[in-house]
Write a protein that binds this ligand. Structure first.
Ligand code: TZP
Ligand code: MG
Length: 213
């Protein structure tokens, strides 16, 4: 599995991109310093998802920003994406690994300490810990983990942790201070008036947390 920077994931949702082209948001967010793109499009035909995936992959080519596909191992394979992000009810990790091969980046959502313990033996690129805070972007979620939940998972997990759910520049530092290695956001970038500036501000908070400022 190749090394990559998991500081700041842009998780896409065209429904939240206010009519702007997703590619414009991705381009601006990359300029603002995101380090991973996770293409997460729920209301999308397979054909549209493939087209979108190819277009985003072309946009990211040569930029050292990996492209992960949410849920759809078939789409990741078809477009040669860097990997996938899987939830607890998606294809099980061992099957995805078998299909995608040893180099693929596979991220896995966990919603509890029990989920995180079950992932200890897996060669995942990171655990997505979810949701940290409640969010209007995804409603079928368990109780928010809060900062205490991040600490609890960090205490028992050997994996790198990427927090998601209700995250923006104003709470990023607390989340890193609680033990997350990176953050993933949808609306804080996709719905921002200036997605590039929004990404830049979250990145600034990540740097500040690392420097202990
Ligand atoms: N998984 C857990 S919370 C969430 C996902 C995809 C949505 C996060 O969206 P936002 O807008 O960053 O709160
Ligand atoms: Mg899923």
């Amino acid at each position: 599995m190749k090394d990559f920077n998991l500081d700041l994931h842009l998780v896409t949702d065209r429904g939240l991109s206010c009519g702007r082209l997703l590619l414009e948001i991705v381009r601006a967010a990359v300029a603002g310093g995101i380090s991973v793109v996770q293409l997460r499009e729920k209301d999308c035909s397979t054909r549209d998802f493939l087209d979108l995936g190819r277009a985003v992959a072309a946009e990211l080519k040569g930029r050292s920003v990996p492209l992960l596909i949410n849920d759809r191992v078939d789409i990741a394979l078809a477009i040669g994406a860097d990997g996938v992000h899987l939830g607890q009810s998606d294809m099980p990790y061992p099957m995805a690994r078998m299909l995608l091969g040893p180099a693929a980046l596979i991220g896995l959502s966990v919603e509890s300490v029990a989920d995180a313990l079950a992932a200890e033996s897996l060669d995942v690129a990171y655990l997505g810990i979810s949701p940290v805070y409640s969010t209007a972007t995804k409603t079928d979620l368990k109780e928010p983990l809060g900062l205490a939940g991040i600490r609890d998972i960090r205490a028992i997990s050997r994996h790198r942790l990427v927090a998601i759910g209700g995250i923006h520049a104003g709470n990023t530092r607390d989340i890193l201070d609680a033990g997350a290695h990176g953050v993933a956001v949808v609306s804080a970038i996709c719905s921002a008036g200036d997605p590039g500036q929004a990404a830049r501000e979250i990145r600034r908070q990540i740097s500040a947390a690392r420097e202990g400022k």
